[in-house]
Design a protein around this ligand. Structure first.
Ligand code: GLN
Length: 237
């Protein structure tokens, strides 16, 4: 964070944001403000070039056609790629994990080139993965189970440069039967967890926030968030 205001980039909410994924930007802004850090959301739509100097970026899920529009825009304006190269944190949900890979094939069999920020590819699975998803995080700095709602036809295979975000305890994750969920590469985190993911997983929100502000953050005591987590984790059992 270089200025006094934390700048949260909400990338293409006009085409990517199923299940309220735009809420991830609200959570980051709110959790920053609760610690006295001024924060603002910049919405980047299909009418805007993608800036490379925001502090943290979030992208939501999308249906196949909207996902194609987003892919074209992010290819034309490579600000997100530049931001990730500079180590700025990026959170990509569902369709966005697919767009950030090398290529994805839609449910109608069309193969679309992605923007290669993540070393992964996505091809349709025999059956759509839908339901509660619970994982154990696999990356340093996260200790709490992760929970979300998954709904995707695409099955994602990681290459050697991407690590899973979590190991699956309940649900499908990247591909039915493989037991892993999400992708982490450099400062980019991809996951199939809708929810919004950061409302359900405050530890993940603070993980991104700490990277964005460049320092550790004091914990927040929010019993209502703990209650929401308890309910969500129980719903997956
Ligand atoms: N269209 C993609 C799929 O079905 C992503 C769906 C989503 O983002 N919910 O795999």
């Amino acid at each position: 964070m270089t200025e006094s205001t934390l700048r949260v980039g909400l990338v293409l909410p006009d085409v990517m944001g199923t299940y309220g994924d735009g809420g991830n930007a609200l959570i980051l802004r709110q959790r920053a403000r609760m610690r006295g850090i001024d924060a603002a959301i910049t919405e980047i739509t299909l009418d805007d070039p993608v800036p490379e100097s925001l502090d943290v970026y979030v992208l939501g899920g999308a249906e196949d056609y909207a996902q194609r529009l987003a892919t074209r825009h992010l290819t034309r304006y490579p600000g997100l790629q530049r931001a990730a190269e500079a180590g700025r944190p990026v959170l990509a949900i569902c369709a966005a994990i697919q767009v950030l890979g090398h290529w994805y094939e839609t449910s109608s069999g069309e193969k679309v080139e992605g923007i290669s920020m993540l070393d992964l590819t996505t091809a349709p699975q025999a059956k759509r993965s839908i339901g509660e998803l619970i994982t154990t995080p696999q990356i340093e700095g996260l200790t709490q189970p992760l929970s979300g709602f998954e709904n995707h036809r695409g099955g994602t295979t990681l290459g050697a440069d991407a690590r899973p975000l979590g190991s699956v305890r309940h649900g499908d994750g990247n591909v039915v039967g493989r037991g892993i969920e999400g992708a982490v590469q450099g400062s980019v985190i991809g996951t199939y967890m809708h929810g919004p993911a950061l409302a359900r997983n405050p530890e993940l929100a603070d993980f991104l926030l700490a990277k964005a502000v460049g320092r550790t953050l004091e914990p927040l005591d929010l019993p209502e968030v703990d209650q929401l987590r308890k309910e969500r984790l129980a719903a997956g059992r």
